[in-house]
Design a protein around this ligand. Structure first.
Ligand code: ZN
Length: 566
């Protein structure tokens, strides 16, 4: 017995067998039952959603020897001839290969004559948007007043290209891509009917691969059966479709959350070694981020068999980061085609995921990835934990692109009564470290950051303020610092200010110097990175130095201090 491909064997032969497209089926069935059929239909929709199938069922409904109805018998010679594709009064025409006026005239001339064996002549013109302007024009007259015995079914994947004059003479139905669940269900039915052994888990994969087209799903199913030696196994489908094992994706997201660049790149290598296509990996990654976003928006939304992990990611990534990650991955998928090679394009996308984080306005910055990882270890820390020291060459020049004004961090807690008391520094060099321990905010932070310690004698502190910031020595501000210092040390203090020329020893000046050094180092490292060198050489690109921010920062200073030093 010869093997008949499933797509042909299981092509629906009655309206009741059609999967999906209920709105069209209902409209056509009602029209047939009431004998109020329009003379021209336009079916739109992507390939494989059932346009031709619908047209054939309609032709049977009109020509069945047992009468016009929505339930043709399927047994009479007219029904069988239509199913077999040999019914003379069903004229199937592919507009893609018959675009000219001459063709159309010939066909329409023929329409005047009565049907040969059936009740109606049914013209099925597929890909009708491909017709030339002349062909469309010659069609208009017939479309407007067709002979009683003629019905037109026009089908197209691109209704935008059809002239309005034609559109207005047709009843239009839009056929939608089939939902995955519906496709999977249909595949299961067919497999059971065919007595083919299958894994349930394989069907959603096939349904996803078919992208809304049942015909494609059935072709894939045929391939899978051939591939699996008569069985449909999940592993077989995964490797046939190149669906990436979820373990890789999970490890990629884990590395991302941990800001672990070397683990991220190692995973890219592992993917390549396992023979997966990078495009498929990016598709899967985008779909993973989509699921995370769904869970964030609708907690408790079904998340599939790795729902727990998805929920975990949803709690550890900010919604903005997830949106950005999705965007980067989808863009990376497009860029893959123009990347020097797919592996480069893929690892570049992973690096982008690592490098960029969303901007937030006004609000305290969401915990960035590195911090999220470290705060799980030391969650009691009230201020942002400093990112872990670099562990790999990639981490070293991770750049954080962020507007200068967006680093306003939540006000740090001032030292309170139950905080252990601090000891006043004795040397000027200890002043910056002491200030950072104070966790100051507002004006007190500004003045402390610009001050250099001159001397401590008993309860008397002498501080120097640069001339450029002498307004800070105003008593109102100075008192704020005094109150904070007294609270932190538990001592009554006397503060005196002198105005100096420059303050190399102030926390702000030190932070500025360190920032400059770190920036120079990151810039050099960034410029030396092979893909950056490649970019610069290839596109004559310039590195926008101002966007490079060192991943390794000085110990956290009070937020306002940071702003001041920019
Ligand atoms: Zn029949």
């Amino acid at each position: 017995m010869s093997y008949q491909v499933l797509a042909r064997k299981w092509r629906p032969r009655a309206f009741g067998e059609l999967v999906g497209q209920e709105h069209v089926v209902t409209a056509l069935s009602n029209a047939l039952t009431r004998g109020r059929l329009h003379h021209a239909y336009l079916l739109t929709g992507t390939r494989g959603v059932g346009k031709t199938t619908l047209a054939r069922i309609l032709a049977k409904s009109l020509n069945c020897e047992r009468g016009v109805s929505a339930t043709p018998c399927g047994e009479c010679s007219a029904c069988r001839d239509i199913d077999g594709g040999r019914f003379v009064d069903l004229l199937e025409l592919d507009a893609a290969s018959n675009t000219g006026v001459e063709n159309m005239r010939e066909i329409l001339d023929n329409a005047r004559y009565a049907p040969t064996s059936g009740r109606y002549k049914v013209y099925l013109i597929d890909e009708v948007h491909m017709l030339s302007k002349g062909a469309f024009n010659s069609m208009l007259k017939t479309l407007e007043e067709p002979p009683e015995h003629v019905k037109f079914v026009l089908a197209t994947t691109d209704p935008q290209k059809i002239p309005v004059t034609v559109l207005s003479r047709c009843l239009q139905f839009n056929l939608t891509p089939l939902p995955r669940a519906l496709i999977a269900e249909r595949l299961a039915q067919i497999l059971r009917a065919e007595n083919i052994v299958f894994d349930e888990a394989a069907l959603p994969l096939l349904a996803a691969g078919a992208r809304g087209s049942l015909r494609d799903a059935l072709s894939l199913l045929d391939q899978t059966i051939a591939y699996g030696g008569g069985e449909v196994r999940e592993a077989g489908v995964r490797s046939m479709l190149g669906v990436v094992d979820r373990g890789y994706l999970h490890r990629i997201v884990d590395a991302l959350i941990a800001s672990d660049g070397s683990a991220l790149l190692a995973e890219a290598d592992a993917l390549a070694a396992a023979g997966y296509a990078f495009a498929a990996a990016l598709d899967e990654l985008a779909s993973l981020f989509h699921r995370v976003a769904v869970v964030q928006a609708v907690p408790g939304a079904p998340g599939g068999d790795d729902a727990e992990r998805i929920a975990d990611y949803a709690s550890r990534m900010s919604p903005e980061s997830v949106q950005l990650a999705y965007q980067i991955v989808v863009q990376g998928r497009t860029d893959l085609a123009i990347a020097p090679d797919e592996a480069t394009g893929f690892s570049m996308t992973l690096l982008r995921l690592l490098a960029f984080e969303p901007m937030t306005e006004g609000e305290p910055a969401p915990p960035s990835r590195g911090e999220a990882a470290s705060t799980t270890r030391a969650s009691a820390t009230p201020v942002r934990a400093a990112p872990a020291p670099p562990v790999s060459s990639v981490d070293r020049h991770v750049t954080t692109i962020r507007a200068a004004s967006s680093t306003t961090v939540a006000a740090a807690t001032p030292a309170g009564a139950d905080t252990p008391k601090l000891v006043l520094p004795e040397a000027a060099a200890d002043w910056p470290a002491f200030v950072s321990k104070l966790r100051l905010n507002g004006m007190a932070a500004q003045i402390a950051a610009q001050s250099e310690l001159k001397s401590v004698r008993g309860n008397a502190l002498s501080l120097a303020i640069p001339a450029t910031h002498k307004h800070l020595a105003d008593k109102a501000y100075a008192d704020k610092l005094k109150v904070a210092l007294e609270a932190a040390t538990g001592r009554k203090l006397l503060l005196a200010f002198e105005i100096g020329e420059n303050n190399d020893g102030s926390p702000a000046a030190i932070a500025r110097r360190e920032r400059e050094e770190a920036r120079t180092a990151s810039e050099a490292a960034f410029r030396n990175e092979p893909f950056v060198r490649d970019l610069v050489a290839r596109f004559d690109a310039t590195v926008r130095v101002e966007t490079i921010e060192p991943a390794v920062r000085e110990a956290p200073l009070p937020s306002s201090t940071r702003q001041e030093t920019r």
